[in-house]
Ligand binder design. Structure first.
Ligand code: VGL
Ligand code: ZN
Length: 219
């Protein structure tokens, strides 16, 4: 018996495990408007890991034009500045992943045709959503918890972009929703602004997220 926090060696085959591939979209890849350094390097590994999972969910950052998280929506403000919003502090970003645009599309380099569900998040004009479970007000659900529970999922594995925002926030929320949660660290890359990666690791550790490597999956 593996200890309870260990990843299953056969996680991909397990009907109660799901892989969530986070925000593998043009705007988060080098050359995109919010390109994550080295983000494209994870795509072959992400494809290889995904191929082993019978349960696969993709997420897509999917903002309306003039979204509240865009610096351009706040006159005089610049990307990476912080502002206070009713739900808390918000980092301002360059315009990215605008609904229906090329940069919002899932990368052409993805080979994940067996994905069963695509969750689009950040769709409300006045709320950001790093997490694929709850928006940044921490209360507006995307519906993914219900979907996974209804499918009797118990374990959530995550990979993708960016480690310190959408992956980490999704992982912490997955634990809070009651799933055993694993982040496949070598299949993620970070933005890392102002210590955000170190903070994400602290938050994930405190929540009980397990950080693993793709080799731990025994693929
Ligand atoms: C993300 C910043 C803004 C992410 C999304 O996918 O990590 N980061 N929107
Ligand atoms: Zn976004």
């Amino acid at each position: 018996m593996p200890f309870p926090g260990a990843p299953l060696l056969n996680a991909g085959e397990d009907p109660r495990s799901v892989l969530v591939a986070v925000d593998l979209q043009g705007d988060f890849l080098p050359g995109g408007s919010l390109g994550v350094p080295d983000g494209d390097a994870i795509l072959p590994l992400a494809n290889r890991v995904a191929a082993h999972f019978r349960n696969l969910v993709l997420t897509q950052d999917w903002h309306p034009p003039r979204h509240v998280s865009f610096a351009s929506s706040h006159p005089g403000r610049h990307p990476l500045e912080r502002i206070a919003l009713p739900y808390g502090p918000q980092i301002l970003w360059p315009d990215h992943c605008v609904q229906g645009t090329l940069g919002a599309r899932l990368s052409d380099a993805l080979d994940m045709p067996h994905a069963q569900m695509i969750v689009r998040k950040g769709v409300h004009p006045t709320i950001d959503s790093y997490s694929t479970f709850y928006e940044a007000d921490r209360t507006t659900p995307t519906g993914l918890v219900g979907y996974l529970r209804e499918r009797s999922i118990e374990r959530v594995y995550l990979l993708g972009l960016a480690t310190d925002f959408c992956v980490a926030w999704s992982a912490v929320d997955a634990v809070r929703a009651g799933f055993r949660t694993f982040v496949i660290a070598d299949a993620c890359r970070a933005i890392d602004v102002d210590g955000s990666l170190a903070r994400a690791h602290t938050d994930m550790a405190e929540a009980g997220v397990r950080i693993i490597g793709s080799a731990d999956l025994g693929l």
